[in-house]
Design a protein around this ligand. Structure first.
Ligand SMILES: [Mg+2]
Length: 379
C-alpha cells in the first residue's frame, strides 16, 4: 500500500457563549486541523493536529506532505522518525510535533482499517472495553456568577452520569478559588471525583498556598499549577502538596517528557495525542512514565478525531499500577459546546451509564460525516 495524498482541512465553528480560562483567552470559536491521508488501495485515514489550525496545515502542506507521499502507511514509525529528523533543527517541540501527530494518527487509522482492527488492538490490545471519562468544564462565563455557574454545571455533569469532573480555577484571588472549589465539592458530594486545572497561572508559592487551602476538598489532581517551563518549580509544588500534581498538555515527544518523568516533577503526565507526537510517540511517553512510576493520563481537546484517538490509546494503556481493584486511566471528555466533537463522526463518542464504550470498528473506530466536514470547513 502506498500513500497517494495528504489533505489538511481547517474546520471552524462559533461558540455561542464564549468562555474563559485562567489564561484569560476568550474562546469564541473552536477550530481544528483535520488531516486526511489517502492510499492507492482506497483506504483513507484521519488525524488531527492540536493548536492553531492554519499553522499546522502550513507545516503539513509545505514540509511533510512531499516526504509522506509514496510511503507505505505501515512504516508508521519510520515515517515519524523521518519527519522529526527533517524538522528538528528548528522544531524540536510545538506546532511541528502537532503536525507530525496528525499524520501519525491518520496512518494508524489506515493500518487499522487495512487489517479491519481497531487501533488499540495494534498497539498492545484491549486492557479495557470501556473507559471512565471525566467531564472537563466549569470555565468562567458570567463574571458575576462564577461560583453559582460552576455549581450548576457540576450538578448537570453529575445528573448526566459523570463520575468525575475537572473544573477550571485561577481567578486571581486564592480565597475565591478555594471557596468556589469548596462550593462545587459540597454540591456534588463526596463520591464524585473532582480535579482542578489552573492552566499554569500561579507562581510556586501561590500554587502551594492554594493547594493547601484546597486539600480538604479531596482533589483527584491539581493540573498545571505553574508555568510549564519551570520544571524545578513543578518539583517544589509536587513535593509540597499531598495531592497529585499533573501537567504536560503543552509538552512534546519522549525527549520533552524525559526530564519531567525522570525527576518526578509531576505525579501525572498528560500528553495530548494530537500534540505530543500521535500514537507512536505517546506510547513511548507512557512507557517512560511507567518506568519511573509516573501516571500517564492523556489530555484531550479537539474534534471527534482527537477524542476517538484518545479513547483508542486509553484502551491499550495498562492500569497504573495494576491492582485487584485498579484505578484505570481516565478519559478527558471536554464538555464545552463543540459541534466538531459532537457531530463530525457519524456515531459520536458518547457517555453511556457513566462510561464511554471503546469503539470496536476498524482504525479509530469512527466514520467521518463528510457533510459535517464540509459544513465547518473554512480552508
Ligand atoms: Mg489542562
Amino acid at each position: 500500500m502506498k500513500i497517494t495524498d495528504v489533505v489538511c482541512h481547517i474546520l471552524q465553528s462559533k461558540v455561542e457563549k464564549p468562555f474563559v480560562s485562567a489564561r484569560g483567552w476568550v474562546y469564541s470559536t473552536r477550530a481544528s486541523c483535520v488531516v486526511e491521508i489517502s492510499t492507492d488501495e482506497g483506504i483513507t485515514g484521519w488525524g488531527e493536529c492540536y493548536g492553531p489550525a492554519a499553522v499546522a496545515k502550513s507545516i503539513v502542506d509545505t514540509q511533510f506532505k512531499p516526504r509522506v507521499i509514496g510511503k507505505d502507511p505501515f512504516d508508521v514509525e519510520v515515517i515519524w522518525e523521518d519527519l522529526y529528523n527533517r524538522i528538528k533543527d528548528y522544531g524540536l517541540s510545538g506546532m511541528t510535533i502537532s503536525a507530525i501527530s496528525g499524520i501519525d494518527i491518520a496512518l494508524w487509522d489506515i493500518c487499522g482499517r487495512a487489517l479491519n482492527k481497531p487501533v488499540h488492538k495494534l498497539i498492545g490490545g484491549a486492557y479495557r472495553t470501556e473507559v471512565i471519562p471525566y467531564a472537563t468544564g466549569l470555565y468562567f462565563i458570567d463574571m458575576n456568577r462564577l461560583t453559582e455557574e460552576a455549581v450548576e454545571e457540576a450538578l448537570e455533569f453529575k445528573a448526566d452520569g459523570f463520575r468525575a469532573i475537572k473544573m477550571k480555577i485561577g481567578l486571581g484571588d486564592l480565597k475565591l478559588d478555594a471557596a468556589r472549589v469548596g462550593a462545587v465539592r459540597k454540591a456534588i458530594g463526596p463520591d464524585i471525583k473532582l480535579a482542578v486545572d489552573a492552566n499554569h497561572c500561579f507562581s510556586v508559592p501561590n500554587a502551594i498556598k492554594l493547594g493547601r487551602m484546597m486539600e480538604e476538598h479531596d482533589l483527584l489532581w491539581f493540573e498545571e499549577p505553574i508555568s510549564p517551563e519551570d520544571r524545578d518549580g513543578y518539583i517544589e509544588v509536587s513535593r509540597a502538596l499531598d495531592m497529585a500534581v499533573a501537567g504536560g498538555e503543552n509538552e512534546f515527544t519522549r525527549w520533552g517528557f524525559r526530564d519531567i518523568v525522570a525527576r518526578k516533577a509531576m505525579d501525572i503526565v498528560q500528553p495530548d495525542l494530537c500534540a505530543a507526537g500521535g500514537f507512536s510517540e505517546c506510547r513511548k511517553i507512557a512507557a517512560l512514565a511507567s518506568a519511573f512510576g509516573v501516571e500517564c493520563v492523556p489530555h484531550a481537546w479537539g474534534s471527534a478525531i482527537g477524542l476517538a484517538a484518545t479513547v483508542q490509546f486509553l484502551a491499550a494503556l495498562p492500569d497504573q499500577p495494576p491492582a485487584f481493584r485498579p484505578m484505570p486511566p481516565m478519559l478527558e471528555f471536554e464538555q464545552t459546546p463543540n459541534p466538531l466533537r459532537d457531530h463530525l463522526a457519524t456515531v459520536p463518542i458518547a457517555l453511556r451509564n457513566g462510561v464511554v464504550p471503546v469503539p470496536g470498528g476498524p482504525g479509530l473506530g469512527i466514520e467521518i460525516d463528510r457533510s459535517v466536514l464540509l459544513k465547518y470547513k473554512v480552508a
